[in-house]
Design a protein around this ligand. Structure first.
Ligand code: ZN
Length: 656
């Protein structure tokens, strides 16, 4: 553990808040110190208010901010005077504390201060840093954790036994600090939770944290518990349907669809293959704040019913003693350790599932190191229950609001690099789906850079390539729930008298044959969609109203439409809906260059503008309009519709 302090990159030494931002980010950049919103930091400043009074202000990390990316606006300014007096109270409930913190701020629009604000306030140093460092937690989560912490740090830290974060912890920490802090004290060790460091400057406080965590790492190394090697895992199962089946079962247990993302992590797979994995992982998470994301224990193997039963029993064991009656959260697992599939993480969004997966990879390291030290021991499940069913956390979940319409679902779009396909990707992402985009154009891979998008360069006429793409989609997110068959080609106009066999076959192979293969290969996945599979075929106005010179295109789209109708009939028993849209004259696609558009308009004796609106309603139809219809057809509005063909063309007098 090295200090990342860099004199060339640091802000001006006179600006305490800027320095606070700087060293907070240094902590946040190291995932072995803090993960996803974990940890917090503060600085105490004196400021003069509008009335001319000097006030001492605690700038403490606000909720919803991550140390890695925090800005000055992410720190909540709270008046120190009332905080110090609150710390003297014999008791303060969580809702009272949250209210006091919120009403003692000097900026009304600041985020809610960290629940550890009072703890920061009682420490008599300008800068305070707090992490949940993996190395420290590995030492603490053992049978003789407290003795080991003492052995590691001597009198440089004040040790505080485990208490749930909030007012009681702040009070206990204040008492321990008052009784035990000495001239050599540079930090505080919160058992089963994390480390505090403090100092007169940003650099001092930060580098003391690095020193304390470095000591924990060296302690583990001395005890041969730092580099824990695992035997190479047995071969990975071929990616496939079993992951989609597991996702379906987990989603059913949850009561809503969830992604099930597989981590590409040989170490986690080796851990999942240990004969004692149930015993080790069954102890509980590394720190209590992980329980909210990962649940108390992972599911070992694929017995979802068994997991749900155990979760219900865990709830029943603790709920009767809870101060207020709690409502049981969904009983589905968030972490799966499967000997064949390795580590899988479930979540309602790719972001959530990615966070769960990362947290558990760190948990595995903590467990292995603590085991090497003599035995991993998590907190008693009662303490973990209290955090999982903590009112403040539940309130945060309620505040998060209603999930997006396609949260936890997966869509696959072909021909997705441009035009209608790219617009479909955007419309589905906007509705909360994870989206897999396929296209021949390698630009598909970077169409979006976000965890809920996967772009795969793939020629849809290559069946083996399609199979590989479906396998990658399944490994990445857990299946395919919505399929948008959009890829197609429109060759230049050619009369039948001049139409060569090769051109005809080429158009049919892309527009028709490839879709048969895709439908066939995707069917087992669509069948496992937690909210039933949906297919939308992008047809064409040419199906009901063909034009001369477009024999191959019109015939291919007509056959595709017929294929969709048969699929609707065959797959009704599987709950899969298959519908077709027939767009016309969508000009913001790759086919329609400015020159082609001008030429066609001239051909009809129209201006480009009139040509674009040459329909019954005189409206221009864009890729986005088509995509919105496609997305809605996957949604509840069309829940009772299959085998339908809906035009999106502004009205066409040959069709109407
Ligand atoms: Zn903490």
């Amino acid at each position: 553990m090295e200090s990342r302090w860099n004199d060339a990159a640091r802000p001006d030494l006179g600006d305490d808040l800027a320095l606070r931002v700087y060293t907070s980010r240094l902590l946040g950049a190291d995932k072995t110190l803090v993960l996803h919103g974990g940890g917090n930091t503060s600085v105490k400043c004196t400021e003069t208010n509008l009335l001319g009074d000097a006030e001492e202000i605690l700038y403490v990390k606000g909720s919803g901010w991550d140390l890695e990316t925090i800005e000055a606006a992410g720190f909540s300014p709270v008046r120190m005077e009332p905080l110090k007096r609150l710390a003297q109270l014999p008791a303060l409930s969580d809702p009272e504390m949250v209210n006091e913190l919120a009403t003692r701020m000097t900026r009304a629009t600041a985020p809610a201060p960290s629940v550890e604000a009072i703890l920061h306030a009682i420490l008599p140093y300008p800068f305070v840093d707090h992490t949940h460092a993996d190395a420290f937690i590995a030492i603490s989560n053992t049978a003789d954790g407290e003795a080991r912490i003492r052995e590691c740090y001597g009198d440089r830290v004040v040790i505080v036994p485990y208490v749930m974060p909030g007012f009681d912890l702040a009070r206990l920490a204040a008492q321990r600090f008052a009784a035990e802090a000495g001239p050599r004290t540079i930090g505080m060790a919160l058992c089963n939770h994390g480390l505090f460091s403090f100092g007169g400057t940003a650099r001092e406080s930060y580098e003391r944290m690095i020193e304390l965590v470095g000591d924990a790492e060296r302690y583990l190394a001395r005890h041969r518990a730092w580099d824990v090697t695992l035997p190479a895992p047995q071969a990975e199962a071929a990616p496939g349907l079993e992951q989609a089946v597991l996702r379906q079962t987990i989603s059913q247990a949850a009561g809503f669809p969830m992604l099930l993302m597989r981590r590409d992590d040989a170490r986690a797979r080796a851990f999942a293959q240990r004969p004692d994995v149930a015993e080790l992982a069954g102890q509980g998470p590394a720190t209590p704040d992980h329980v909210i994301r990962t649940k108390r224990v992972p599911m070992i193997g694929r017995d979802v019913a068994g997991y749900v039963e155990a979760y219900r029993a865990y709830f029943a064991r603790h709920e009767p003693q809870a101060k207020e009656r709690k409502t049981m959260l969904d009983p589905a697992p968030r972490v799966v350790l499967d000997p064949a599939l390795g580590l899988l993480a479930a979540g309602r969004s790719a972001k959530d599932a990615t966070i769960v997966g990362e947290i558990y990879e760190h948990t595995i390291d903590v467990i292995l190191r603590a085991t090497a030290l003599g035995g991993y021991r998590a907190l008693p499940e009662r303490d973990l229950f209290d955090v999982e069913y903590w009112d403040l956390e539940q309130a945060k979940l309620r505040k998060a609001g209603k999930p997006a319409p396609f949260a936890g679902e997966i869509a696959l779009v072909t021909g997705a690099a441009s035009g209608i396909g790219a617009a479909c990707v955007a419309a589905l992402l906007a509705r909360g789906a994870a989206v897999v985009g396929l296209d021949r154009d390698p630009a598909i891979e970077t169409l979006h850079r976000r965890p809920d998008y996967l772009g795969i360069a793939c020629d849809v006429t290559d069946v083996a390539g399609l199979r590989r793409a479906l396998a990658r989609a399944t490994a990445a997110y857990g299946g395919v729930d919505m399929l948008v068959c959009n890829a197609g080609i429109f060759p230049g106009g050619r009369r039948i008298a001049d139409l060569a066999d090769a051109e005809w076959r080429n158009v049919l192979s892309v527009n028709l044959d490839a879709n048969l293969a895709l439908l066939r290969e995707a069917h087992p996945l669509l069948k496992r969609a937690p909210r039933n599979g949906r297919v939308v075929i992008v047809g064409s106005k040419n199906v009901p109203a063909p034009g001369p010179g477009a024999a191959a295109y019109s015939a291919s789209k007509a056959a595709l439409t017929q294929l969709a109708r048969v699929a609707a009939l065959e797959w009704g028993d599987d709950g899969i809906r298959v519908n077709t849209v027939h767009p016309n004259a969508v000009f913001d696609t790759g086919i329609w260059t400015e020159a082609v558009l001008a030429e066609r308009a001239r051909h009809y004796g129209l201006s480009v503008n009139d040509y674009k609106r040459n329909n019954v309603l005189h409206v221009e139809i864009t890729s986005r309009d088509v995509a919105e219809l496609v997305a809605e057809m996957c949604g509840p509005l069309f829940a009772g519709t299959t085998g339908a063909q809906v035009p999106i063309d502004g009205g066409n007098d040959r069709v109407i």
